[in-house]
Design a protein around this ligand. Structure first.
Ligand code: GLN
Ligand code: ZN
Length: 563
């Protein structure tokens, strides 16, 4: 059972505050003297509460005069007659409101909820301007924290504050004080610059009204891309990652722990990329990947480079079998201070004349695989991530990357339980994806990848993502996926239903893969079908990956000769 108290007598055991106040008002002591008495009093109270073992210790229960007047000061709701000109409210304005001064009378005082405590009645009207003008609550919190006491700040709530107020002189008696609620809430507001980024908020809010769709339709885009990429029919590719070796993990770990220098790290990763590029060229794969050796995880890697994300050391969540992920925590507005993948993608592209896929995680997947702040709707956070990824897409394109894959492995995972809410979710999720790439040229090919999930009932949303090519994890449920196309869904974009299962160490034969591809060709047009494994290869070993991909490429080549 945790103990908590909501307030504490503030005059001091021997009315120390009373004597300090009266001496200050009489001009017998200075403001510093008064502040010193107040500071000592607060410290002794907090220590006393902490010493008594109270778990939730309040702060901001201290006041030089009255907590409602303190709130008036916090909100900057100083009646005009006190000639306050802005800035942090000091003793002179504060005590003038409480007690009047030589020229101006005090504000009205009345009894607090039928008790004998009196508070200073706020005077408000339609023209009252509010601004954050007393940081007392935050200052007291910090003061206690510096003493080692983590407190619960106590505030007069916004509704109570307004209902305890009265219409100012000259304002109609019937004035609805609660109509000021929306004006005072911004002053009350959860605004650390680490959480709030107004520029991002504005940009994200501006997205809602528009559709964000590439101007040209997908078949015309595919034609334009083919002219540039010149790929064979049934092009082969992989999903992104190549095996994560013990050595690779060691390099990343040691770089993170600053045991190896940036140069050493870059050269180790560069070597790995060049090895992966060589393997793919030898295998004769058509669209290459760099293998993602610099990434620990497809969400954590991006979260670490975006603002608004925090990380745990051991917040593991089981994914499947023995595999776990460590979801980041999104606590603030999301922005991308610097390019995240451009350096590696350009480096990888420079090693080959074949197209190299830029590899990104999409906004919906970053959202669904994180612990997400709950002080704003999820779609707003998702739009913010989408804008950050959009910048990355544009930088990759400007860097000469012609094929960009934006993984939406977890698109379906955010689907609400209630069917009635599906359409709304799918609408903003798919919209977020389109935001990331609506601005690229027709000749830039946008891929997306989705992991195992049920596609059939969301196929129209998937089409609505308007990617040029989608690779889908499918090898454990061939029939289910293909049935949707058999039932007549029109699909015009490129599609690569995975031809073998990467979650298993088993190596599929050429015949087995060819058989699968043929089954797909029975329902999908030849010119849209891609041949690829069903997910990234990072959990596999090279002695599994090499023969499996060899057979995959052979199967594609075999079928090309039969077309
Ligand atoms: N590009 C990622 C990879 O290949 C995709 C992983 C995933 O879909 N879960 O690892
Ligand atoms: Zn996948």
């Amino acid at each position: 059972m945790a103990s908590h108290i909501v307030g504490y007598p503030r005059m001091g055991p021997k009315r120390e505050l009373k004597f300090a106040l009266e001496s200050f008002w009489d001009g017998k002591s200075s403001a510093e003297d008064l502040e010193k008495v107040a500071t000592d009093l607060r410290a002794s109270i907090w220590k006393q509460m902490a010493g008594a073992g109270i778990k939730y210790i309040p702060s901001n229960t201290f006041s030089y005069y009255d907590q409602v007047l303190d709130t008036t000061a916090m909100l900057g709701a100083v009646p005009e007659r006190y000639s306050w000109t802005g800035g942090e409210i000091g003793f002179s304005t504060y005590f003038s409101m409480a007690r009047g001064n030589a020229t101006v009378p005090a504000m009205e005082m009345t009894k607090w909820f039928d008790t004998n405590y009196h508070f200073i009645v706020p005077e408000l009207g339609p023209n009252t301007k509010f601004s954050y003008s007393s940081h007392k609550a935050v200052n007291e919190y910090k003061e206690a924290k510096a003493l080692g006491v983590d407190t619960v700040p106590v505030l007069v709530g916004p509704v109570s504050y307004l209902l305890l107020s009265k219409p100012a002189k000259g304002v109609e008696k019937s004035f609805a004080l609660l109509s000021l609620l929306s004006s005072i809430l911004p002053v009350y507001k959860r605004s650390s610059p680490r959480v709030t980024n107004e520029e991002v908020q504005k940009a994200a809010a501006a997205l809602k009204g528009s559709d964000h769709r590439r101007a040209t339709n997908v078949s015309a885009r595919l034609d334009a891309q083919q002219k540039k990429l010149n790929l064979p029919v049934l092009p082969t590719t992989t999903i992104g990652s190549f095996p994560q070796t013990v050595e690779l993990r060691r390099v990343r770990r040691e770089y993170k722990a600053k045991k190896i220098s940036e140069e050493e790290y870059i050269s180790a990763i560069k070597e790995e990329i060049s090895k992966v590029v060589k393997i793919q060229e030898e295998l004769d794969i058509d669209v290459l990947v760099h293998g993602e050796p610099e990434r620990n995880d497809m969400v954590e890697y991006f979260g670490e480079q975006l603002s608004g994300f925090a990380f745990t050391a051991n917040g593991w969540v089981q994914s499947y079998g023995s595999r776990c992920v460590k979801p980041p925590i999104i606590y603030g507005d999301v922005s991308r201070p610097n390019p995240m993948t451009v350096f590696w993608s350009k480096l990888a592209q420079s090693m080959t004349s074949r197209p190299m896929k830029g590899m990104l995680t999409g906004p919906v997947t970053i959202l669904n695989w994180s612990f997400v702040r709950n002080d704003q709707p999820r779609f707003e956070t998702c739009y913010q991530i989408a804008l950050a990824i959009k910048k990355e897409v544009e930088d990759l394109e400007a860097g000469g990357i012609q094929v960009i894959q934006i993984d939406e492995a977890a698109l379906r995972e955010g689907l609400p339980l209630r069917k009635a809410e599906h359409a709304f979710y799918l609408d903003w999720a798919v919209h977020s994806f389109r935001i990331t790439n609506c601005g690229v040229q027709d000749t830039t090919q946008i891929h997306t990848h989705m992991c195992y999930s049920n596609f059939n009932d969301i196929i129209h949303s998937i089409i609505n993502m308007d990617a040029d090519v989608i690779t889908i994890e499918n090898s454990r449920s061939d029939e289910k996926l293909l049935s949707v196309f058999r039932e007549g869904v029109k699909y015009g974009a490129g599609i690569g239903p995975g031809v073998y299962d990467i979650h298993s160490p088993r190596i599929p034969s050429t015949e087995e893969i060819a058989d699968r591809v043929n089954k797909m060709l029975a329902v999908l047009d030849t010119n849209i079908l891609w041949v690829n494994p069903d997910c990234g290869l990072k959990t596999r070993k090279y002695n599994e990956v090499k023969p499996a991909l060899t057979n995959m490429v052979s199967a594609a080549k075999l079928i090309r000769t039969q077309l």
